[in-house]
Ligand binder design. Structure first.
Ligand code: BV8
Length: 252
């Protein structure tokens, strides 16, 4: 088990009942074997994912973008939630007020039992008609011939937020509301480069929330965080709860 030494203040906050906000990014799924956007395994067939996750790329070459997302769906379907997902789900069970705001689209938090989840960037498991705008859940790991079409004849697109697209109003509003009220913010596995998600911990800090970063690397948020734990989330999060004497209730 990774050795972590949370401050007495953090132990008090972890054991307390104040509103907790968790903000997660691709790093929380890294130990489930899913490539992060900017990490070493992050490229798909040599392509930069941030170039494929755009409306322009989809307009220019829907087939290639769909091959990228079909690959992401297959990867996510084959992955299992790791100790980081489990610990956050257990923390939600053991604590009154907790909101998990994720940038991830892989669905692993929900598969691991987290209930209060806000998906800022949508989901790999939802498809949207490009003509009607209607969205539907689609859990198939094999979508058949790509690109998929709606019954109305229009192209279907992944139900995710691409770069240059606005986030769902209700999602970002829920995130900002939680950030303003949070006593404790756990920022786990994100490079804190993508906005407006990266703004949330700063809003929380400005409102007096205690910000804790869990990431093997430093990020632009590191200087803002009240406490930082450099290590993999799947080891640091359980160790943090252990150090706060929560492991029995939290991991039940
Ligand atoms: C918008 C869905 C406006 C698709 C994604 C202000 C300043 C600068 C730029 C902007 C700005 N405002 C807007 C922008 C533009 C842009 C942006 O932020 N660009 C960045 C790159 C500079 N933002 C947008 O375009 C957003 N839209 O603002 O629209 C608007 C308003 C009205 C009307 C029209 C438009 C939309 C952003 C959403 C893009 N979609 N995903 C998909 O997934 O395919 S973002 C994508 O990156 C993923 O969601 C990913 O999660 C996210 C963020 O990355 P991370 O999650 O942090 O992943 P990353 O790989 O970067 O980092 C992983 C981290 O984990 C690393 O730090 C690593 O050290 C760590 N790690 C690794 N292993 C572990 C670990 N940590 C813990 N444990 C481990 N084991």
């Amino acid at each position: 088990m990774t050795e972590v030494r949370p401050s007495p203040k953090l132990v008090e906050l972890l054991r307390g009942t104040g509103p907790l906000l968790a903000l997660t990014g691709a790093g929380v799924s890294a130990e489930s074997g899913l490539a992060t956007f900017r990490g070493p395994g992050g490229l798909w067939e040599g392509r930069d994912p941030t170039e494929l996750a755009t409306p322009q790329a989809f307009r220019d070459d829907p087939l290639t973008v769909w091959r990228f997302y079909a690959w992401r769906r297959a990867q996510a379907a084959a992955a299992t939630p790791n100790r980081a997902h489990e610990t956050l789900a257990a923390l939600e069970r053991s604590r009154g007020e907790m909101l998990l705001v994720t940038q991830n689209v892989d669905g692993l938090h929900e598969r691991c039992g987290s209930r209060q989840v806000v998906r800022l960037h949508g989901s790999l498991w939802r498809l949207r008609c490009t003509a009607e705008g209607r969205e539907l859940d689609d859990l198939r790991t094999d979508l058949g011939e790509l690109p998929p079409y709606c019954d109305c004849g229009a192209l279907l697109r992944p139900g995710v937020v691409w770069f240059g697209e606005a986030l769902p109003e209700d999602a970002i509003e829920a995130g900002v509301r939680a950030a303003r009220q949070a006593a404790l913010v756990l920022v786990v596995g994100t490079s804190s480069l993508v906005y407006p998600a990266a703004e949330l911990p700063r809003i929380a800090a400005a409102a007096g929330g205690y910000v804790v970063e869990v990431n093997p690397e430093t990020t632009p948020l590191s200087a803002v965080a009240d406490e930082r734990f450099a290590g993999p989330a799947g080891e640091v999060l359980p160790a943090l709860l252990e150090a706060a004497g929560l492991s029995s209730e939290a991991s039940s």
